[in-house]
Design a protein. Structure first.
Length: 175
């Protein structure tokens, strides 16, 4: 049976490690090594796929401040029934049915990421660290409430990024 592209690339990563290359490594380092070793070459359709990924990333990063001052994504991807590729719509003028579908699909992606993270943590805890397991919470409600709190408070000076945390500042008893 013929290997999928991802399996072929996973084999290249294994070869990279077996060759004693730097590890941990970035994807860019692995691609450069694979290219230099003649194990990987981009195909013409790869250029289109790369362009689509780059444009998708740019569209995901297109944000603006809504009337309430929140930073929100302008463009949202969704898939129509039976379609393989994502279509993009604008939050300011897209059809409500398209935006509902985009939000539902994005929520499912987040859930899928949480499921994979849970599997990874459970595997680590059961196979590598049963004595001191890593505990994760998937209830994000407190995080969302905290993120909605103001970052500037009236009458309180702003803490500069280079200032030490309040808990580590020394207070002179004489002052």
């Amino acid at each position: 049976m013929r290997k999928r592209k991802s399996e072929y690339r996973q084999d290249i990563v294994r070869k990279y490690r077996e060759a004693g290359q730097r590890w941990p490594a970035s994807a860019r380092m692995i691609v450069k090594w694979a290219y230099d070793m003649g194990l990987w070459r981009p195909r013409p359709e790869d250029v289109l796929s790369q362009g689509a990924r780059e444009f998708s990333e740019a569209m995901r990063e297109d944000c603006f401040a809504d009337p309430q001052g929140r930073q929100v994504r302008r463009l949202h991807a969704f898939r129509e029934e039976g379609e393989q590729m994502s279509l993009w719509t604008d939050i300011t003028d897209g059809a409500p049915t398209q935006l509902l579908r985009a939000f539902q699909q994005r929520r499912r992606q987040i859930l899928g990421g949480c499921r994979r993270l849970k599997n990874d943590a459970d595997s680590y805890n059961e196979n590598r660290s049963a004595v001191d397991p890593i505990q994760l919470s998937f209830d994000f409600m407190e995080d969302l409430v905290e993120l909605e709190q103001p970052v500037k408070y009236p009458g309180i000076p702003e803490i500069v990024a280079n200032d030490p945390p309040v808990s580590s500042r020394r207070v002179d008893a004489a002052s």
